[in-house]
Ligand binder design. Structure first.
Ligand code: FAD
Ligand code: PHB
Length: 355
């Protein structure tokens, strides 16, 4: 098998890259460890920034987003039971955030790629990267009982924080900056109409809590918990009790309750790997950097990376010029460090470090 760009991972970074390359007339093949069903149901991010929304719409994958996305022109920060509204309309030139689940973006991108004849191999295993320092890199993988090799011009490592791409770069060629936080988030999806129209980020003496949503019928909530927390210690009644205690405001507002449809625990880390390229391998999204979710930045950053990468690859294929490719890491890292700083600051402002 041969293609121009071999992409490891069908998350937002890998799928968006494949879509952008297709629009530039560049071929790619995506290799994903999980099944299509799994990646289309996996509950992750929910907040898209304006730049992400604009890109999805401009590139023809924003129809469902335009119909179903909830546009928010502000957020609320709550301290001591009192809310403070951050009004995006007054503070920005008309920019907003849109609540639209990450797995819905994934569904839209997979459908667009498949309709355009794009190749995505789901449920592959034993992925290995070869010849990264040569002009003919290759990806080895297993599909069913068959071992295969995909030869390419370039490899995009879009396989998230636990993938093999970053680990395939020799340690001497990579600098990793990392910080683990002494807490995690317990997230729930509840069948309850959101009791507030906007997101509420809450600092409370019992720990951070976040009120968010997915649709007019589904509320998304998070609360700060211990990093190694066992879900067995969190029956639904305890989750509601804790959420009510932290989120209730002095004017009597409280979140509406309903059946919990899904719950999970997410650790909190900041990580940056420098540089984001090694020979013909380019890292994008969580494969290169992780931010704590407090700033709602991770997926947006993943999309920003692949926009830079797609432009650089387009220039290479159109003119043979390598300048943008050579500058890929430096260009991305300028934004990455700003976003790291913002996410760390927002996390520090809203969590208890001694809870
Ligand atoms: P991923 O989405 O992790 O995709 C990587 C893909 O690679 C996966 O499909 C994985 O199965 C696959 N893979 C892994 N290893 C291999 C392998 N060896 N071979 C082949 N495939 C492999 N971000 C926001 O912008 N806004 C938010 O509101 C927000 N909220 C969040 C809330 C939570 C609770 C969490 C956990 C994250 C949140 N994020 C948010 C972050 C966001 O979800 C991630 O930053 C985003 O998923 C990164 O996309 P990615 O494509 O880089 O990586
Ligand atoms: C979410 O709705 O899942 C969400 C919202 C804001 C964040 C993180 C996650 O900061």
């Amino acid at each position: 098998m041969r293609t121009q760009v071999g992409i490891v991972g069908a998350g937002p970074a890998g799928l968006m890259l494949s879509h952008l390359l297709h629009l530039e007339g560049i071929e790619s093949v995506v290799l994903e460890a999980h099944s299509r069903h799994y990646v289309e149901q996996r509950v992750r991010a929910g907040v898209l920034e304006q730049g992400t929304v604009d890109l999805l719409i401009e590139t023809g994958v924003g129809d469902r987003l335009k119909q179903q996305g909830l546009i928010h022109r502000g957020i609320e920060l709550s301290f001591g039971g009192r809310r403070h509204r951050i009004d995006f309309s007054n503070l920005t030139p008309g920019r907003a955030i849109t609540v639209y689940a990450q797995h819905e973006v994934i569904k839209d991108l997979i459908q667009a790629r498949l309709e355009a004849g794009g190749l995505i191999h789901f449920a592959v295993s034993d992925i290995s990267l070869h010849g990264l320092g040569t002009s003919t890199p290759a990806i080895g993988f297993r599909k069913g009982d068959e071992l295969r090799e995909l030869e390419c011009d370039f490899i995009a490592g879009c396989d998230g924080s636990h993938g093999i791409s970053r680990a395939s770069i020799p340690a001497r060629a990579l600098k990793v900056f990392e910080r683990a936080y002494p807490f995690a988030w317990l997230g729930v999806l509840a069948e309850a109409a959101p009791a507030s129209e906007e997101l509420i980020y809450t600092y409370h003496e019992r720990g951070f809590a976040l009120f968010s949503m997915r649709s007019p019928k589904i509320t998304r909530l998070y609360l700060q918990c211990a990093p190694g927390e066992d879900m067995a210690n969190w029956p639904d009644a305890r989750i509601w009790e804790e959420l009510q205690a932290r989120l209730a405001t002095s004017d009597g507002w409280r979140p509406a309750e309903g059946p919990i449809l899904q719950k999970g625990i997410t650790g909190m880390r900041s990580l940056v790997a420098e540089p984001m390229q090694f020979g013909r391998l380019f890292l994008a999204g969580d494969a290169a950097h992780i931010v704590p979710p407090t700033g709602a930045k991770g997926m947006n950053l993943a999309i920003a990376d692949v926009r830079v990468l797609a432009r650089a690859l387009a220039e290479f294929y159109a003119s043979g010029r390598r300048e943008l490719l050579d500058r890929y890491s430096a260009t991305c890292l300028r934004r990455v460090w700003k976003v790291q700083r913002f996410s760390w600051w927002m996390t520090s402002m809203l969590h208890r470090f001694d809870a």
